[in-house]
Write a protein that binds this ligand. Structure first.
Ligand SMILES: N[C@@H](CCC(=O)N[C@@H](CS)C(=O)NCC(=O)O)C(=O)O
Length: 210
């Protein structure tokens, strides 16, 4: 399998963290990682569009030559492909909550976070947009509070003792914010402590560049 990715971008980073976490837990997936240079616009060139008509990363090339182009679908595929040691485990209730938290992180927080980052300090050179920034900052408060409260019971990671897909999704977006030097935590010590803990993990140290 081949993963077409670019470091720093949140959606590829989420998958890269997931793969690294699984490898730390003993599952070797043997996925070749190939950089698509989005700064040079390579993701919109015919070679990449032939893999992914939407011109986005990540894109996973399967051994049968087909492609997956959605980060969560890629992770779920790898969970199915390598079920021994899958991150999503436990009772239907535990799995339901783990999926719920990942969706909350991705949809309610990571989406506004990316838009906020581009509104205040876009690495792609978008003009500053204070109105958009204020809207996105407001939208982030409820999911940030939700995560802060869920960490109040001293659990080390978002779902408890064991790393989850939600941890990968959240940290992937936070790396982008560090790169553009924007702090979105506010007065949330539990989230700050989680961030420190997560970044000290071997998988995070292997993948994160910022
Ligand atoms: N829903 C997709 C979104 C993929 C996506 O938008 N990736 C970004 C990088 S984080 C990208 O390729 N942006 C370039 C573009 O849309 O032109 C996923 O979860 O994988």
């Amino acid at each position: 399998m081949k993963l077409f990715m670019v470091p720093l971008a949140p959606n590829p980073t989420k998958v890269m963290l997931y793969i690294a976490e699984r490898e730390e837990l003993g599952t070797q997936m043997n996925i070749e990682q190939i950089v698509v240079n989005t700064v040079k616009g390579r993701h919109k060139e015919p070679e990449h569009l032939a893999r992914n008509p939407f011109g986005t990363v990540p894109t996973l090339e399967l051994d049968n030559g087909s492609y997956l182009v959605e980060s969560l679908a890629i992770i779920e595929y790898l969970e199915d492909k390598f079920p021994n040691g899958a991150l999503l485990e436990g009772t239907p209730e535990q799995r339901g909550i783990a999926r719920d938290v990942e969706r909350i992180v991705d949809i309610r927080l990571a989406g506004p976070m990316g838009a906020y980052g581009h509104a205040v300090n876009s690495p792609l050179g978008y003009p500053r947009d204070d109105t958009k920034a204020a809207q996105m900052e407001a939208a982030m408060q409820a999911p940030l509070d939700y995560l802060e409260n869920s960490l109040a019971d001293d659990r080390p990671l978002l779902l408890g003792e064991r790393v989850s897909i939600a941890d990968c999704t959240l940290q992937a977006s936070l790396q982008f914010m560090r790169y553009i030097e924007v702090d979105i935590f506010g007065d949330r010590p539990n989230l700050r402590a989680w961030d420190e803990r997560y970044r000290a993990r071997p998988a995070a140290r292997a993948v994160l560049k910022w």
